[in-house]
Design a binder for this molecule. Structure first.
Ligand SMILES: Cc1cc2nc3c(=O)[nH]c(=O)nc-3n(C[C@H](O)[C@H](O)[C@H](O)COP(=O)(O)OP(=O)(O)OC[C@H]3O[C@@H](n4cnc5c(N)ncnc54)[C@H](O)[C@@H]3O)c2cc1C
Length: 464
């Protein structure tokens, strides 16, 4: 058995964040017919923020949230816990897609991140919130020249940025793979995502939201001036509905064209010993992301484990979501190998958990809004792997849209425009497979090939 296989030998096929004695018991499912002003479908960050903000803005409004499984059982309880200020999946993607309003989007994103931190403190949420920022590191020579431009773009939008050469970076975190880096000191916080979601659920209940778990919504249709939402054992008649269902099977047709489920995989180590901790440094506990198309993200937890995820972004033919995709031994093996190449001084460490989760990818990599049923329903989906922070903005946009308000948010190009749809199968699978191969080739060679340049020209992409 090689070192990577050995490190994975005892890793449980379960989600570290949800494997927590603090996980609250499930709220009872909906039984019978009820009425509400607003029904929210989905109990991840987007749905939870929607319900909480709706009640905070209008305490008299009857708000019901229906979650098909458990609170945070989707992407929200499985992610890296990087809470980004960016609403556009990074400043480079924002500059390419929303050049005219990127300045304002960056300000709104910083305000959004600050508001999440305030909510964590105000509601007393024990989510190991750490304002450490994020280090983007280059590990291949052709990635190094891009770092200066990245730093400059962040600075232009008011971020507190430090550029680190190879030696300075080694002094922060010791890895033989690092060639240089950019530390975005105020554009990211880190959190325990499941605890954050559970805390938001508890805060919503205190604010008067009615939560039902294990209540899958099977359909939403018009009903007079409102909608009726069906579930196996009951219905909700409501004036308005917001879908926060991310990568899960779409309840309205446009979501199925705009969003595809992409699986991303994660490993968690055992807690590091003091000697292991000394061997890597990492005293300032930044979140780290490497720079390729196929990137890793990694961070320390409150008890000094390392969460290590990313690299492969797997699309399954037909776009299925479910527990049968949660484990992918070949991807976990690649992750373990890449971990040990990054931190060879940690050889002998064990992973305790391995899991995967569905990302709601859209072709422009950031939240996408829409309405259906003559404006009675709105949705915010398509966060593409960077929705922990942006979900709060998504909730605000969806609320403004479903209430028919003309606000700064509803006037944004980001809110009004749609990404290019994905083609139907089998073209969808073929296109994504070709694109993944082309992205891997660019990572190896540093050259953006014909296929990717053609997609760039039409504004279509694939990311996680
Ligand atoms: C492995 C992984 C790592 C990631 N790392 C990061 C990161 O570090 N930082 C970051 O910003 N983002 C990250 N992301 C993305 C981030 O987790 C998501 O963008 C974010 O959680 C989206 O929240 P959401 O509420 O929109 O979706 P979800 O959390 O997926 O919630 C959707 C919910 O809707 C429910 N639902 C769906 N259909 C129905 C129905 N018909 N009836 C009732 N309920 C329904 C589901 O059960 C689910 O709970 C990562 C994602 C994954 C999978």
């Amino acid at each position: 058995m090689n070192a990577a296989e050995e490190s994975l030998r005892d890793a449980a096929p379960s989600i570290f964040w949800l494997d927590d004695p603090a996980r609250p018991p499930a709220r009872p499912p909906l039984e019978g017919d009820i009425e509400a002003d607003l029904v929210v479908v989905g109990g991840g960050f987007t749905g939870l923020w929607t319900a909480l903000l709706a009640r905070e803005a209008e305490p008299g409004r009857e708000v019901v949230l229906l979650e098909g499984d458990r609170i945070a059982s989707g992407a929200s309880g499985r992610n890296g816990g990087f809470v980004a200020a960016s609403l556009t999946h990074g400043v480079a993607n924002g500059a390419a897609r929303f050049p005219a309003e990127l300045g304002r989007l960056e300000q709104l994103g910083s305000e959004n991140l600050a508001a999440i931190g305030d909510a964590v403190r105000r509601h007393g949420i024990d989510a190991s919130w750490e304002e450490t920022g994020e280090l983007a590191v280059a590990t291949r020579p052709h990635e190094v020249p891009g770092l200066a431009g990245h730093a400059e773009a962040l600075r232009r939008h008011g971020r507190d940025v430090v550029e680190l050469g190879r030696d300075e970076l080694q002094a922060e975190i010791a890895s033989p793979t690092y060639l240089g880096g950019v530390w975005d000191r105020d554009g990211f916080a880190l959190a325990n995502p499941a605890r954050l979601a559970w805390g938001l659920a508890a805060a919503s209940e205190r604010a008067g939201v009615r939560l039902h778990e294990q209540t899958p919504v099977t359909g939403v249709v018009r009903d007079g001036a409102g909608v009726v939402v069906s579930t196996p054992a009951g219905r909700v008649r409501a004036r308005r509905c917001i879908l926060a269902t991310a990568a899960f099977p779409p309840l309205v047709r446009p979501i199925g064209r705009l969003v595809v489920p992409v699986y991303d995989y994660v490993l968690m180590t055992e807690p590091l010993s003091p000697a292991q901790r000394d061997a890597i440094g990492w005293r300032r506990r930044q979140g780290v992301g490497d720079s390729g198309n196929q990137f890793h993200y990694y961070r320390l937890t409150a008890d000094d484990r390392i969460l290590w995820g990313g690299y492969d972004a797997v699309y399954h033919f037909g776009g299925g979501v479910g527990p049968h995709h949660d484990q992918r031994p070949q991807t976990h093996a690649v992750l373990a190998r890449n971990f040990l190449a990054t931190f060879p001084q940690l050889e002998g460490i064990r992973f305790t958990h391995r899991w995967g989760g569905p990302i709601d990818t859209c072709s422009r990599f950031c939240v996408t809004f829409g309405t259906a049923l003559d404006g009675r329903l709105a949705y915010a989906v398509g966060f593409t792997g960077l929705g922990v922070g942006a979900s709060r903005f998504g909730a605000r946009g969806a609320l403004d849209l479903v209430d028919g308000r003309d606000t700064e948010l509803t006037r944004l190009e980001l809110v009004r425009s749609r990404p290019l749809p994905f083609p139907p199968e089998p073209l969808r699978f073929i296109g994504i497979t070709l694109t993944r191969r082309a992205l891997a080739r660019e990572d190896r060679t540093g050259r953006r090939g014909l296929w990717l340049r053609a997609l760039d020209r039409v504004g279509m992409g694939f990311d996680s």
